[in-house]
Unconditional design. Sequence first.
Length: 228
Amino acid sequence: MNKIILIWLITLIAFSCSENKGNNETKIVTKQKIEKKSKLLSNDNFSKSAELFAKDILKENIRIHRFELDNLNNPKHLNIFQSNGLIKIIGYSNKKYPKKSEPNYYEHFILFVATYDNQENAQKAFNQIKSYSKYKISESKNLAKELFERVNSLNVGAKSGGLIVQKGKQVFSLVETCRNTPIGGKWIDYENKFLDYILKNGDGDEIEILNADCGNSKYHVEKRKASR
């Protein structure tokens, strides 16, 4: 074989191998970026955790509600979630309650989950709700109409009790009542059971919550950790 042709073939093979290696490395880096982005996206979505909690509490009696955001017949409490970036609101209730009508009031549900388009908007929505919690029911009469309605929508839960928290792209409102918990035991234990589901099974995170017990006139800001 001509020496010049041999050198040319060796150079061509070497270049081809180098190009393939470069392409493979590019594919690996691209794949790693996609996997990392996918992991980040999944880590800020806790709607599945909420659904697992609801299934744990309600078992075969779980009923899932997907609310239309512009439906005027939605439970009044859902007005607290109206904010920029709101995508959907899901509610969970017991098929056996109420017996003779469709669930439409705060206490007919065990949990509401509002999902936003990103974590920043979810945090802003939670901060808005915190601002509503400054007012007692008796103090809301002189407020501007929209703020008055939001405060009253929030304090529907304050009368019977509830817990509101933001994690990732979700804002959660855990429903409480002046009766027993859906599974028996103390309400504080029920609250912590819920928080365990959204705090990555006891990863040590401390989280800010709004909490109200039966008979409270408004929600109070607290810090809470997962219990297990």
